[in-house]
Design a protein around this ligand. Structure first.
Ligand SMILES: Cc1cc2nc3c(=O)[nH]c(=O)nc-3n(C[C@H](O)[C@H](O)[C@H](O)COP(=O)(O)O)c2cc1C
Ligand code: SF4
Ligand code: SF4
Length: 435
């Protein structure tokens, strides 16, 4: 069975859905060629920025939170990690940026899609940069309105207008790009300016043929000895795999509202994330953090795993997967509630008697007796928290009987959608517990 992983975005063909997002791994033609050689379908070059200070970086400039201190590193890369850094834009000036972009295209040819990335704080500079890219060999242009660091002022200080604070002017820039840009363009939308799906609609209406959703969020950390912000003394940015749910949500909310392709960005770590992004409507996926800690070759594993997954599930093309989750995302009102007959059950052969489940049972339903956890069904709500915290997977909340054996502590008769039919003995217990 042959599997087609390719995707089309604005008539540009990507050999697979994986794009290196604009960041350190795409700062030069050499970096980009190395990525395309590893198997990436495209690369967004690091953003061209107008302000000189943003082209010069501190040394060192990276801090990775929650990576090495999570125990299993480097065997397992924890989903929790987040890179913070000061690298707002490309180190290159506009002329050298275009040369580097051209060198990248020359080096990769038809094997990879080259995407330029620009940002600016005023319309004249946007126009100048769009014209520069028009004169380059780039296949697509990304318009960056989303950097979480650039332009973020201090608490009592003014900052430059750059980064995510540019969202206010983005629609004007898109109208300009529609008139003057000679290649397809895609705005990279900040994830921290409210409703990303509303912005997506507005950006489509302003003429955008594609959307990149979304970017990191700006954050702060403080040294408790000095009270100074760390690691760089300013407001920084968090992003990475732990934010995948945030990113999936925005794509799922935007996809049904727009008719242009969406390039997902933020949160990629496992090959299965790709499938999720496509199921909520994305056409391709950009990745940065996963590459920065695992290198370009991580894409080889993702490609193999996706091929295996598609073969096992009899999918022959990415198109067949696109958007299939969207109709299945319900409002919380439709969640089945008050499920009867569900209780915690302990597998005594696995239980070590550590007591972790007991301390986390907020219904006081667990005791440890003779070195094993024991459930008091009269108190157990079937909430399942004990399973989530048990290090041995020795406890699970599951349906073990047709009806509830006892009235539930949290399911009172005044809850309209939970009206258990109690026998007389249960009614008596209920009466006593309410007294
Ligand atoms: C060190 C570093 C540099 C970055 N530089 C840029 C940049 O120049 N332009 C840009 O649009 N995004 C930049 N980003 C953001 C990434 O392109 C990406 O949007 C973000 O990290 C979220 O994706 P991820 O979860 O896969 O890391 C940078 C991120 C990092 C960590
Ligand atoms: S957390 Fe698991 S292993 Fe520990 S006492 Fe509870 S059931 Fe047993
Ligand atoms: S399912 Fe919930 S209520 Fe029941 S024992 Fe586990 S933590 Fe306690």
């Amino acid at each position: 069975m042959s599997i087609d992983l390719s995707c089309e975005i604005c008539d540009v063909t990507f050999k697979n859905p994986f794009i290196l997002s604009s960041a350190t791994p795409t700062k030069t033609a050499r970096n980009i060629s190395r990525g395309i050689e590893a198997g990436w379908a495209g690369a967004v070059m690091k953003t061209l920025v107008p302000l000189e200070y943003a082209r010069v970086y501190p040394r060192p400039r990276f801090k990775i939170y929650w990576l090495k201190d999570q125990g299993a590193y480097p065997k397992i890369i924890p989903r929790s990690f987040s890179i913070t850094d000061i690298e707002e834009g490309s180190h290159l000036n506009p002329e050298d940026y275009v040369k580097e972009l051209d060198n990248a295209k020359k080096a990769v040819g038809d094997d990879g899609v080259i995407i330029g990335s620009i940002t600016a704080g005023d319309m004249d500079t946007w126009q100048k940069y769009i014209e520069l890219i028009n004169g380059s060999r780039a296949d697509i242009l990304e318009l960056n309105f989303s950097c979480p660091y650039a332009g973020e002022p201090g608490t009592k200080k003014k900052g430059e207008k750059l980064g995510w604070t540019l969202m206010y002017m983005a629609e004007d820039v898109l109208r300009l790009a529609k008139k003057t840009c000679s290649i397809p363009f895609t705005p990279k939308i900040s994830s921290q300016t409210g409703e990303v799906d509303d912005w997506a609609k507005r950006f489509e209406a302003a003429g955008s043929p594609c959307l990149t959703l979304s970017h990191r969020i700006s954050t702060l950390d403080v040294d408790i000895e000095s009270g100074k912000p760390i690691p760089f003394g300013c407001i920084g940015g968090f992003g990475g795999p732990y934010l995948i749910g945030f990113s999936l949500k925005w794509i799922a909310k935007a996809a049904p509202k727009v008719n242009v392709p969406i390039i997902a960005c933020m949160g990629m770590l496992e090959w299965s994330d790709t499938i999720k992004y496509i199921m909520v409507g994305a056409s391709a996926i950009q990745s940065c953090s996963a590459v920065m800690v695992q290198g370009y070759d991580v894409v080889k594993h993702w490609l193999k795993m996706i091929n295996d997954y598609m073969r096992e599930h009899s999918y022959t093309s990415i198109k067949e997967l696109r958007g299939i989750a969207l109709n299945q995302i319900n409002p919380p009102t439709m969640v089945e509630r008050g499920n009867e007959g569900v209780y915690a059950v302990v597998d005594r052969s696995k239980c070590t008697g550590c007591g972790i489940c007991k301390r986390c049972c907020f219904y006081f339903a667990i005791d440890t007796k003779e070195g094993k956890a024991e459930i008091n069904l009269k108190n157990c709500d079937g909430c399942g928290l004990c399973h989530e915290v048990c290090p041995e997977n020795a406890i699970v909340a599951k349906k073990i009987m047709e009806k509830d054996a006892y009235p539930r502590p949290d399911s009172k008769s005044y809850h309209g959608h939970y009206m258990p039919k109690l026998n007389s003995k249960q009614q008596e217990i209920c009466r006593l517990s309410e007294e």
